[in-house]
Design a protein around this ligand. Structure first.
Ligand SMILES: [Zn+2]
Length: 209
């Protein structure tokens, strides 16, 4: 797992950590390493902008952002090119799954709004490994959603910078960025590269105390 420095409860998995949605043994091992509960809450990720609060571990329903208010319930999202974001605040933490559709729909803003409405002061955000502007080739219908974040792939075609777009929505918050591109990093699952069912998991939690 990748631990962003300065965060109390944030980790981004790599392919080697296993698919923690399904692999209970791997999750048990990782949870023990992180010192957190084994059973985590997760979402049916639908590339939208719904943000839910986890009331128990297990499937929280359809959505792309998940908030926890208790150390008993770590929250996770699974990605393989889409952008995982962890938000850490006073007495709450959240994970967000943002591909271009979710980013355009405002899933990160929705998560910030849910936390704000709950009285949570978001102090830090971590943007995990995702496909970068170096490799995220898109058509005009996607590029036109992110006019200020259009870029070029290393092979010269049109791309967009979704992690950069998301970082731009986090003004006033301390942001850590992995900058690792899932498409080129062989230690990461990449849907575009491998058409794989495997995902890496981002997990957020509140430390005990
Ligand atoms: Zn790349």
């Amino acid at each position: 797992m990748i631990r962003p420095p300065g965060f109390a409860g944030a980790a981004f998995g790599t392919a080697a950590d296993g698919d923690l949605r399904r692999d209970h043994e791997a999750r048990q091992r990782i949870a023990a390493d992180l010192g957190i509960a084994t059973d985590w809450a997760y979402l049916n990720q639908v590339h939208g902008a719904s943000v839910l609060a986890a009331e128990r571990s297990g499937n929280a329903g359809d959505g792309d952002g998940l908030v926890t208010h208790t150390s008993d319930i770590p929250v996770m999202v699974a990605t393989a090119d889409c952008v995982p974001v962890i938000l850490e605040g006073t007495d709450a933490a959240a994970v967000v799954h943002a591909g271009w559709r979710g980013a355009a729909a405002g899933v990160l803003e929705a998560a910030l709004a849910v936390l704000d409405a709950a009285g949570v002061d978001v102090q830090r955000a971590a943007i995990g490994p995702a496909i970068g502007p170096c490799c995220y080739e898109v058509g005009v219908e996607v590029a036109e959603q992110f006019p200020e974040f259009v870029a070029k792939t290393t092979w010269g075609t049109t791309s967009v910078d979704i992690p950069g777009f998301l970082a731009g929505r986090l003004e006033g918050i301390e942001v850590w960025r992995s900058e690792e591109c899932t498409f080129t990093s062989v230690r990461m699952n990449s849907w575009r590269r491998d058409r794989t069912e495997h995902r890496q998991v981002a997990v957020a939690w509140l430390p005990n105390n």
